[in-house]
Design a protein around this ligand. Structure first.
Ligand code: GPP
Ligand code: MG
Length: 287
């Protein structure tokens, strides 16, 4: 069985998708992502979890910012490690999909951990190019490949995936369409893992802080309930739901004290602390 089919002819179908691609194609010199990635060559596009070491704030002033950046990067890598912990066993022959693969950080970590094949898809040609260059530098192009494709219509073969993940990318798409595609791609018993920020149905409709996050990233944060409706509608059965909200707050507090703060730190902290927003990991099996 081949793992890939021909690329769909139109990757960007809607005006909205074009505007999202434009954001990620032009937002290239973002120090919050490049300076963290430069620490060890793993470039992430997601946030961090776990307590930070408060000693990074003390000591020599001239190297303080460097220490903070290394610590933020460590917390982001810890987030990706937690996501991979939830994929379950993956053999070297397994094929994985990183849906919305950014600059490739989580894909490379998955390959390092499992020795398996990973395909990443992104609607940003810039990101696909960046991640592809990283794969070459790492000498893993035979295992880790990045494609300019839409995660709603990947062109990958049906039932070809042992596992799929989305690391903070689901706020850009309709969840019913996305999970229909994942349901098609996963083998029976295959695992889907999602880390996302979602709004809290219990506090009601979108809060001001959540609206500011949407505006900042050109995204549409979904309510928590939408995830479970869309999973259930597509034969994806949750096995684990982990509320990571408390675990991500230290990351945002440290980021707010760094030179690479972007201004979005306060809305994240406000939304998490007021309870209108959660940082959630969901793992589900394809039946
Ligand atoms: C970006 O990470 C993540 C998103 C755009 C999705 C929004 C996530 C939510 C949980 C709502 P990034 O690393 O590119 O962002 P930044 O540049 O701010 O670090
Ligand atoms: Mg970032």
């Amino acid at each position: 069985m081949t793992a890939t089919t021909s690329a769909p002819t139109t990757v960007l179908r809607t005006a909205y998708q074009k505007s999202v691609a434009e954001y990620w194609n032009t937002n290239q010199q973002d120090p919050v992502n490049l300076r963290l990635g430069d620490v060890d060559g793993l470039y992430h596009h997601h946030y961090g979890i776990g307590d930070y070491d408060p000693s990074v704030l003390d000591g020599r002033e001239d190297t303080r910012d460097e220490r903070i950046i290394a610590e933020l990067h460590r917390l982001e890598t810890a987030q990706a490690d937690l996501l991979l912990d939830h994929l379950g066993p993956v053999s070297p022959g397994g094929r994985l999909l990183d849906a919305g693969s950014g600059r490739g950080g989580t894909s490379f970590m998955a390959h390092q951990r499992f020795g398996c094949q990973v395909d990443g898809v992104s609607i940003s040609e810039y990101q696909v190019g960046f991640a592809g260059e990283q794969a070459e530098q790492r000498g893993v192009t035979d295992h880790v490949r990045f494609h300019f494709r839409n995660m709603l219509d990947t062109g990958l073969a049906s039932r070809s995936r042992r596992a799929i993940w989305t690391n903070e990318t689901t706020m850009y798409v309709d969840l019913f369409e996305l999970f229909a595609e994942f349901s098609r791609l996963l083998e029976y018993g295959g695992r889907y893992v999602c880390i996302t920020g979602c709004s809290n149905d219990v506090t009601g409709l979108r809060s001001k802080a959540v609206s500011r996050i949407d505006e900042h990233y050109t995204c549409n944060i979904h309510p928590r309930s939408e995830y479970f409706k869309a999973l259930a509608a597509n034969n994806l059965v949750p096995i684990n739901v982990v509320d990571l909200t408390a675990a991500t707050i230290p990351y945002w507090e440290l980021r707010a004290k760094s030179s690479v703060a972007t201004g979005i730190e306060e809305p994240f902290l406000a939304a998490y602390k007021e309870g209108s927003f959660h940082y959630l990991l969901i793992a589900a099996d394809r039946i």
